[in-house]
Design a protein around this ligand. Sequence first.
Ligand SMILES: Nc1ncnc2c1ncn2[C@@H]1O[C@H](COP(=O)(O)OP(=O)(O)OP(=O)(O)O)[C@@H](O)[C@H]1O
Length: 233
Amino acid sequence: MSRLILKDVESGYGPMQILWGIDLTVNESETVILLGANSAGKTTLLRTIIGLLPCTGGSILFEGEPIHNLPPDQRIRRGIAYMSELGVFPGLTIEENIRLGGYFLSGAEVRRRSTRLYELFPALANKRREQAASLSGGQRKMLGIAKVLVSEPKLLLMDEPSSGLAPVFVKQVVDVLKYAITGGMTLLIAEQNIAFLSLADRGYLLEGGQVKHSGTRAELESSDVVREAYFGL
Ligand SMILES: Nc1ncnc2c1ncn2[C@@H]1O[C@H](COP(=O)(O)OP(=O)(O)OP(=O)(O)O)[C@@H](O)[C@H]1O
């Protein structure tokens, strides 16, 4: 069943249109990757789905219902979570950041879920009462992921989880996401780093605010369009 359906979506910044006629689907328990170079429109698309930017044309359906006219908080309440490139509040502790991710849950529920998350992220467990500012770049990214996972979203939108990370941390992020995916998570990830293609069931290549190509992981891996966009081949 389709969890998210975008039909002919348009969006942009004031009079400047950035997205043109985007058609995209994410099915339940599926991982979909949004590939594209700088300025292709990946962030703009994720921000339009969560409602931080207006959908000026077309429609966005979540679990079969239109959401494109709802404010972001109502989209979040329906089960959509958005992890931006920044992700965490450095002045708050690890525990407080995770608590914020589950702000509409009871304290007991957050504690129960945190226990499981700390097993997944032992480096965070050891530092739970320290400020997020004390974490390394890789650990901060892990905290950003823990903070969105605590709400157990029905759909997780992730913007460039690899941004600013050394290759060793990129691998850790990929491994943690693999684990979350085996638990049935539904994910839409915007990434320039081709390592994330290994997580995806399907993907879309954006260029100039339009879908230039789409297909299964295998199709994308062998696609000349993707090879050209990523490797200049
Ligand atoms: N706040 C803004 N105001 C006006 N134009 C913007 C704004 N943010 C982004 N843009 C423009 O929208 C286009 C798409 O940018 P977007 O950030 O969605 O690309 P992206 O694929 O996420 O790339 P990146 O990986 O660099 O973030 C670019 O031309 C960019 O200059």
